[in-house]
Design a protein around this ligand. Structure first.
Ligand SMILES: NC(=O)c1ccc[n+]([C@@H]2O[C@H](COP(=O)([O-])OP(=O)(O)OC[C@H]3O[C@@H](n4cnc5c(N)ncnc54)[C@H](O)[C@@H]3O)[C@@H](O)[C@H]2O)c1
Length: 248
């Protein structure tokens, strides 16, 4: 149990990678605030509680600074502190650049990049007061390592998240706060299944050196590592988990 007594906020935790992260952190002893804009957070909280751990569901849109501040306040009211923030909420609507509208660009940047700013700002006063904290940003190989067609807004947002991670890590080290990022490759989630062709996904998996799509637990295990003292000398870094996609 690597996270006993720790309080973690995970955004976008109702499903997919975020849900996997919330479950993995609770298994390691953390109390988890399960944040999302959709209502399925209650199911994740029940799952955590049925295994004997504590959790709290909070409805918050990460693109809205008032809602993220309220999420941080709810965490403090319930658990008294915030040790870990996992900025996971994100969207990836495919759209060719030539057809991309300004409102579509703003929505992706607002959730994926400004959301990281909003949530980090919301937890910072408590972490600075505690003189300790741990922020983990779920980035992507898209934008942080390679480019992806039809995802220019998404790639720009995730490239931004990597820059944010490095600069914030530099600035916050003096308060005992570490900031790191994880770049997943193709992970099987409800999000990646929307409108996806099962056969094309299987074929894609066969092009990967490790010959499989990733699972949420592949990312959750890395989050537990970055959130625990096992990584206490690591800050400002990007860890890539992509089945070998970017080494080809
Ligand atoms: N799945 C992949 O292949 C993959 C690859 C690289 C990076 N990622 C990143 O991992 C993260 C999770 O992706 P996923 O595949 O699990 O997605 P998903 O769509 O399955 O789940 C995302 C969750 O985020 C929530 N969410 C969306 N907008 C929100 C908002 N404004 N405020 C709060 N919550 C919001 C959704 O309701 C949903 O529960 C994203 O940041 C994504 O960019 C995913």
């Amino acid at each position: 149990m690597k996270l006993v007594g720790k309080v973690a906020i995970v955004t976008g935790a109702a499903q997919g990678i975020g849900r996997g992260i919330a479950l993995a952190m609770s298994k390691e002893g953390a109390m988890v605030v399960v944040g999302d804009v959709i209502d399925k957070t209650a199911d994740v909280v029940r799952e955590i509680e049925s295994s004997g751990s504590e959790a709290l569901a909070v409805k918050a849109n990460v693109a809205n600074g008032k809602e993220t501040e309220e999420m941080a306040r709810a965490a403090i009211r319930k658990f008294g502190k915030i040790d870990i923030l996992v900025n996971n909420a994100g969207i990836y609507p495919y759209r060719p650049l030539i057809d991309m509208r300004e409102d579509e660009w703003d929505r992706v940047i607002g959730i994926n990049l400004k959301g990281v700013f909003n949530c980090t700002k919301a937890v910072l006063p408590k972490m600075v007061e505690q003189k300790s904290g741990n922020i983990i940003n779920i980035c992507s190989i898209a934008g942080a390592v390679v480019g992806f067609s039809n995802l220019v807004h998404y790639s720009a947002s995730k490239g931004g998240v990597l820059g944010f991670t490095r600069a914030a890590a530099l600035e916050l080290a003096q308060y005992g706060i570490r900031v790191n990022a994880i770049a997943p490759g193709g992970i099987e989630t409800p999000g990646t299944k929307v409108g996806a062709d099962e056969e094309a996904l299987k074929q894609f998996a066969q092009t990967l050196p490790l010959k499989r799509m990733g699972q949420p637990v592949d990312i959750a295990n890395l989050v537990v590592f970055l959130a625990s003292d096992d990584s206490s000398y690591i800050t400002g870094q990007l860890l890539i988990a992509d089945g070998g996609f970017t080494i080809q």
